[in-house]
Design a protein around this ligand. Structure first.
Ligand code: GDP
Length: 369
């Protein structure tokens, strides 16, 4: 007997009888090589439609349009790049509409992280940035963690309003919306994903059953993130895909760490201290003496100190130096947007210097973990 055909997307056995059951495909589409079920077809379609981004000015114009709607605004940020992905000034643009902050990629946090602490930290930081949030939800769109809470919170807060989803590029917005679509298309409901290019709001509307819609907006490109400045091939080394295993370095003043050839971190003044690195584990870290750092870089950038390769390095903006003083009195992170952060263990008033491509956001913040 011949094997029954299955969906090339999800593996469900293809069937033409029931729209509500897995593997449904219209009879006309059955039999094609590599056939996929209707649900996968929709998700793919959405994906093809979703890959848009726009620059800051266009994006702000679009945000301005949200103020005149009556909607719930869902702002997705990346916990691994919180300050790099938080849309500053969002409050001004959304007007009186409530903002639900969805913090994605919590699967990257080391095992055993206290999520309540993280949530409180996010709330404090958002408030300090002038953003009033009606709720903060932590999740992982990729691993499906916390996802019920996201749906619950959206349903509760939107009432009978549209939902505008906003976020920077690479925060996982498409992954999250895909989850929403597949959740909603499990229900007996016709789902169409459409987009209206050329309108000022270059948006994708995903209809809900009360006549309202989830409106996906293009991702905003923030060039203040290292992840936006590196050539495509380097991105994989920067974006962690597994929980971070923090590395601890015990450093004396006068020691340097190189993160490939992407970032240089000098510990210049202070007592012997330990530093915890929260960066993608695939990214090679090289320790040396500060007095040898210039030579080492000159001789070995793009080779021993990689990624990027020498060729890729040429395509990136030159380094600029950030002199940072670690405050006394509370534990701090040195945050480097797109790379991650370095926790300074101890409250010594230490001095560090960070070298990274010009434009990348670097700051000292209250320790996240
Ligand atoms: P978008 O540009 O905001 O639409 O982001 P995408 O959904 O395309 O995701 C950007 C990158 O982040 C991809 O490499 C995803 O696999 C990854 N990603 C998305 N969600 C998560 C998550 O919850 N955890 C982790 N670790 N990675 C994620």
């Amino acid at each position: 007997e011949k094997d029954k055909p299955s969906c090339a997307g999800c593996g469900a056995e293809l069937q033409t009888l029931s729209k509500d059951r897995p593997g449904y495909v219209p009879a006309t589409a059955l039999g094609a090589e590599g056939a996929i079920c209707q649900r996968c077809f929709r998700i793919r379609n959405y994906n093809d439609a979703a890959q848009v981004s726009m620059d800051h000015d266009e994006f702000l114009r679009l945000l301005g349009g949200i103020a005149s709607t009556d909607s719930l605004v869902v702002h997705i940020v990346d916990l691994f790049d919180f300050e790099g992905s938080l849309i500053s000034g969002l409050q001004r643009f959304v007007g009186a509409n409530p903002v639900l902050l969805v913090v994605n990629k919590i699967d990257l946090l080391p095992k055993g992280t206290n999520y309540n602490r993280i949530r409180n930290w996010v709330q404090r930081q958002a408030k300090a940035q002038g953003l009033r949030t009606v709720d903060v939800v932590l999740c992982s769109a990729k691993k499906g963690m916390g996802f019920e809470r996201v749906v619950e919170s959206v349903e509760q807060l939107r009432g009978r309003r549209d939902v505008y989803v906003v976020g920077a590029t690479n925060v996982g917005k498409s992954t999250l919306i895909n989850r929403l679509i597949s959740d909603y298309s499990d229900l007996d409901r016709e789902l169409t994903v459409s987009r209206f290019p050329g309108t000022t709001l270059d948006e994708i509307r995903i209809p809900l059953d009360d006549g309202k819609a989830i409106v996906d907006t293009p991702g905003i490109v923030y060039p203040s993130r290292l992840t936006e400045l590196v050539p495509r091939g380097v991105l994989g080394a920067l974006l962690p895909d597994k929980p971070i295993k923090p590395l601890v370095y015990q450093l004396d003043a006068g020691q340097t760490l190189f993160f490939g050839s992407l970032v240089r971190f000098d510990y210049t003044r202070g007592a012997n201290l330990s530093f915890t690195l929260y960066t993608a584990n695939g990214l090679k870290v090289h320790r040396t003496k500060l007095e040898r750092a210039d030579d080492l870089y000159a001789q070995h950038k793009g080779e021993l100190l990689a990624p990027p390769t020498a060729e890729e390095l040429e395509q990136m903006p030159a380094w600029t130096r950030h002199s940072l003083r670690i405050p006394r009195g509370s534990e701090s992170d040195v945050f480097i947007s797109g790379l991650g952060w370095i926790r300074v263990n101890g409250t010594s008033g230490a001095q560090v210097e960070v070298y990274v491509s010009k434009g990348v956001k670097v700051l000292v913040r209250e320790a996240l973990i």
